[in-house]
Write a protein that binds this ligand. Structure first.
Ligand SMILES: Cc1cc2nc3c(=O)[nH]c(=O)nc-3n(C[C@H](O)[C@H](O)[C@H](O)COP(=O)(O)OP(=O)(O)OC[C@H]3O[C@@H](n4cnc5c(N)ncnc54)[C@H](O)[C@@H]3O)c2cc1C
Length: 418
């Protein structure tokens, strides 16, 4: 691949990653067309955003609008069991480079805000499904005939210089080219619905509860609470035939959930997601690139998905502007490293080490050495919760080291996610 000048770009997928990369490219003066199929389920996951997303909202010029329909988010609450819970406050994170707050967002409205920002920046938004095809036997991509015709205003009948797959977990190009995908270790089912009357301990915090099986999120949204369970596939199937049956049965069965949902009422259908952990090995080709979930998604537990999607959008726009093979290699390496760093931390949530370490940290803080250490740790450890540069080598090493050696004498099995 040679260095090239890219002037026209077609994006397939009008979610946050597609809209953000479109905005950045249009701002750089490129002619951009984005296909958004508008096929959204009644509910979309990805409602709890980490603070590191806020600078992206500011950059896209949508924060004020998002604030009008969202819940302000000041921290995260981890519920270990009915007796113990831990609160993390974003404004206690020392030296963080991100704001000390974020938002819980209704996704349909958030996605519309990001899409409108793209249109304002000059992206031609076509509200239709876009199609792509393999160009002969090569690894090159081209737009389908109807899609090319629908982009006439921007492309004038010529294929675009570059094509971006922002189709989310639908992953159009990886499927067409049969690209290898690394699946994560977990085979989970997530069941998601909105409820009213559900209790939350702190109305501005996202809650992550360790349950008798798996874990669940409680995300306070205006007038409702988003509830989602993450269960292993076999256990989910054992609860009933439909997503609704599984959701309702488990809510009644789990002792902690049945308590906080005793006055609760489900007000939406239940959405189901399976086996979502995945990372495509090749993120860039001769005339195409993957962005957002299309490239990879790790896991819902630390709400990192939207941040990774927006970070990859920005990095891809820079690589396209540069146009050199090296810039695209760097983009690919950056996204892979980002996904891997999150994956390491997330694995330590599931094996019980992180919860053990954080609980221990609370006790140690009461003592003198503990206070000194805590001053240091507060700079690095909570990056997981704010999303502030999770790829920072020292922070990554410290989390790895502490969750291996810092919990010496304490069995992480106690807090393993079953
Ligand atoms: C169970 C679960 C819980 C999650 N919870 C969180 C969370 O709390 N916080 C968080 O930050 N992230 C969370 N995520 C991740 C988050 O949802 C995603 O990372 C984020 O939506 C990625 O954005 P995207 O634009 O890449 O993809 P998407 O949001 O999936 O957008 C892709 C869009 O492209 C459209 N499309 C697809 N094919 C075509 C086509 N051919 N033509 C036109 N349009 C097309 C789709 O309809 C869709 O609108 C969660 C994910 C899961 C699975």
């Amino acid at each position: 691949m040679q260095k090239r000048t890219i002037k026209t770009v077609a994006i397939l997928g009008g979610g946050p990653a597609g809209s953000a990369v479109g905005t950045y490219l249009a701002r750089k003066g490129m002619d951009v067309v984005m296909f958004a199929d508008g096929k959204r389920p009644p509910l979309i996951v990805g409602e709890s955003l980490v603070p590191a997303v806020v600078p992206f909202m500011q950059d896209l010029g949508i924060e004020d609008e998002v604030a009008t329909y969202s819940t302000w988010k000041g921290g995260a609450t981890f519920v270990y069991n009915p007796e113990y819970r831990l609160n993390i406050w974003f404004d206690e994170v020392r030296g963080g480079g991100t704001p000390a707050y974020s938002y819980n967002v209704p996704r349909d409205r958030f996605d519309a805000s990001v899409r409108d920002a793209a249109a304002r920046a000059g992206v031609k938004v076509v509200e239709a499904k876009g199609t792509i095809e393999r160009d002969g036997d090569s690894q090159r991509m081209k737009l389908g005939e109807e899609t090319l015709a629908a982009a006439e205003e921007v492309l004038h009948g010529r294929q675009p210089d570059w094509i971006i797959d922002a189709m989310g977990r639908g992953r159009g190009i990886p499927k067409l080219l049969d690209l290898p995908v690394d699946a994560g270790d977990r085979r989970d089912t997530a069941l998601h619905a909105h409820m009213q009357g559900v209790e939350v301990q702190i109305s501005t915090n996202v809650h992550t509860d360790r349950l008798s099986h798996g874990w669940c999120w409680r995300i306070p949204l205006p007038g409702r609470v988003s509830v989602g369970f993450v269960l292993d596939n076999d256990f989910a199937r054992s609860l009933g035939g439909t997503a609704e049956e599984q959701f309702d049965a488990f809510m009644e069965q789990d002792p902690m959930m049945s308590e906080w949902s005793k006055n609760g009422r489900r007000i939406t259908p239940v959405m189901k997601y399976n086996n979502y952990q995945a990372r495509v090995r090749q993120g860039v080709g001769e005339n195409w690139a993957l962005v957002g979930d299309s490239f990879g998604f790790v896991d819902p537990v630390f709400s990192s998905g939207m941040l990774i999607a927006l970070q990859s959008a920005k990095a891809l726009a820079e690589a396209i502007e540069d146009g050199s093979p090296r810039a695209f290699e760097e983009y690919q390496a950056y996204v892979k490293t980002n996904l891997d760093c999150w994956r390491n931390v997330i694995d330590r949530y599931y094996d019980g080490r992180l919860l053990t370490l954080f609980k221990l940290g609370q006790h140690v803080q009461q003592r003198f050495w503990g206070k000194l250490m805590s001053f240091h740790f507060r700079k690095h450890m909570p990056r997981i919760f704010t999303g502030d540069d999770v790829t920072n080598r020292y922070s990554t090493w410290l989390i790895e080291f502490m969750s291996t050696y810092g919990i010496y004498g304490h069995d992480p099995e106690e807090y393993r996610i079953l």
